[in-house]
Design a binder for this molecule. Structure first.
Ligand SMILES: Cc1cc2nc3c(=O)[nH]c(=O)nc-3n(C[C@H](O)[C@H](O)[C@H](O)COP(=O)(O)OP(=O)(O)OC[C@H]3O[C@@H](n4cnc5c(N)ncnc54)[C@H](O)[C@@H]3O)c2cc1C
Length: 456
């Protein structure tokens, strides 16, 4: 019925039945989260998105925006039905101006394509979240995605200068644009960043690019345990050396995911990956200093220079999550972030949660940003382990808040962390947060139940 109505408003070829399985789940499917929809639409233009939202808003039908479906928070999963608006056909680069370091890309352009096109113009789109061939720039903006190089270059929001979006009750708005400065209004552009589909459907974004570095050379150190590894990370940060990334992988992660690492890994060692980039001379200087800093107490160092080896290293890093996932079939994992001076504590205590719950645990993440992907493995065939794993998130979130951190450094709140957001924000900030939602979406139809509580 809803699909039939929508077929009268946008081309029928762009409306799929609600049971189109591909559009009903994201990376949380392993946690049992799968939705059901009344229809799935694949608009080919921003005007079609506006027509769909206008009809849904009038009829009281929820709208669930969907990018590449790589989210870890069930943000794109239609848990309470409604219309999934999948942006994959809005995939044009509307403009690319290398001399001005900028691009306007429609929401459905994949992250990898944004990066590829920028590179072909001698530029770089700095954010590099791990699932870049599937995730879309609209999804990256909606989650404010990060990645290893966020340490030097910042997360997606740092590179967004404007947003075009369909807002309630079905109108297209543009905030910001191809501008480097704009302080005229409240920062409406930033409100769409990390909004997780709850304030509007992003249809296009203006991106600031940066010249691609001439050279980018990783430097890897292996250390005897969490303490030594974190001391090296603190040395790196404290030195002010402008490395592009500081990643960590603990000994257990290396044991689970080490296959394919482009050099021999000392058994049980804690791994720190950093990268020197810039002009050839700058990168050479930073690389030498990074080798010296990590080398102070590293068990082993690895500093590949051949492009094939460097590509293999980052390809390996991108695949770590999937290799760990494959170990037992079941995993519980979150993306808390803590202040930089609490990283060692954050890692040690998150591993202790595993010991307490009787689950094998490992931890890796973006150390330079204090962002921990601590992960707990279990077999889905073991109901007792499954029951224990349900306690993981609770324990990790209270750890994050106790250390002065956040319940999400990357993946967002989605459907899975809403209760905890209120706890992180406290009553007054929660009230302001909910008031923003109400101002944008008075009927609570834009991705309802995700991210924020609607004021009662
Ligand atoms: C292997 C792997 C590695 C990953 N590595 C990283 C990483 O390094 N850093 C990181 O931050 N994340 C990472 N992620 C998580 C995920 O890729 C990011 O959150 C990504 O930004 C989600 O983009 P998406 O297009 O897949 O969005 P989806 O999963 O489709 O949606 C995510 C949220 O954004 C909303 N949304 C999507 N598109 C729009 C739109 N056009 N308008 C309004 N709202 C929209 C959805 O409603 C939902 O709430 C990883 C995921 C995987 C599977």
């Amino acid at each position: 019925m809803i699909a039939e109505e929508l077929r009268t408003r946008i081309p029928a070829r762009n409306v799929l039945p609600g049971n189109s399985a591909h559009y009903l789940a994201d990376e949380t499917e392993g946690r049992g989260l799968r939705g059901h929809a009344d229809a799935v639409v694949l608009p080919e233009s921003a005007d079609e998105v506006a027509a769909v939202v206008a009809w849904c808003y009038e009829q009281g039908v929820p709208v669930v925006p969907r990018g590449g479906g790589t989210g870890y928070a069930a943000g794109a999963v239609p848990l309470d039905g409604g219309v999934v608006v999948a942006l994959e056909r809005l995939a044009r680069v509307r403009s690319f101006d290398p001399p001005f370091w900028r691009m306007e890309a429609e929401a459905g352009v994949t992250t990898a394509n944004v990066r590829r096109i920028a590179r072909e113009g001698g530029l770089q789109f700095a954010p590099d979240p791990g699932a870049s061939e599937q995730s879309q720039i609209g999804g990256n903006v909606a989650t404010n995605a990060g990645g290893p190089h966020a340490y030097k270059y910042g997360v997606t929001g740092a590179w967004v200068t404007g947003v075009e979006a369909v807002v309630a009750p079905g109108e297209l708005v543009r905030v910001g644009g191809p501008l480097r400065k704009d302080v005229a209004s409240y920062d409406l552009t930033s409100l769409f960043v990390a909004s997780e589909g709850t304030l509007g459907v992003i249809t296009s974004v203006w991106l600031q690019l940066t010249p691609a570095p001439e050279a980018a050379w990783p430097v890897v150190g292996f250390f005897d345990g969490v303490g030594a590894g974190c001391a090296a990370i603190e040395r790196l940060v404290g030195s002010g050396l402008p490395v592009a990334a500081i990643e960590y992988l603990d000994g257990e992660t290396m044991r689970y995911a080490g296959a394919g690492f482009p050099t021999e890994i000392p058994a049980g060692a804690f791994c720190v990956i950093t990268e020197a980039d810039g002009s050839h001379d700058e990168a050479a200087h930073v690389r030498a200093d990074a080798l010296e800093l990590l080398g102070e107490d590293a068990i082993a160092l690895f500093a590949p220079e051949r492009p094939a080896e460097i590509a293999a290293l980052w390809r390996w890093r991108d695949g770590v999550a999937l290799r760990v996932d494959a170990q037992r079939g079941g995993k519980a994992s979150e993306d808390i972030a803590v202040p930089l001076d609490r990283i060692a504590e954050g890692i040690e205590e998150s591993l202790a949660i595993g010991r307490r719950l009787g689950l094998d645990a490992c931890s890796w993440g973006h150390a330079g940003d204090g962002n921990l992907h601590s992960t707990y493995l279990f077999s889905r065939e073991d109901p007792d382990a499954v029951a224990r794993a349900t306690k993981v998130s609770e324990e990790l979130f209270s750890l994050a808040l106790r250390l002065g951190g956040t319940i999400s450094g990357e993946h967002g709140v989605g459907a899975v962390k809403t209760r905890w957001l209120a706890q992180q924000l406290g009553p007054k900030a929660s009230e302001l947060h909910a008031a923003i939602k109400q101002a944008f979406d008075p009927k609570n139809l834009l991705n309802p139940g995700k991210k924020t509580a609607f004021p009662s």
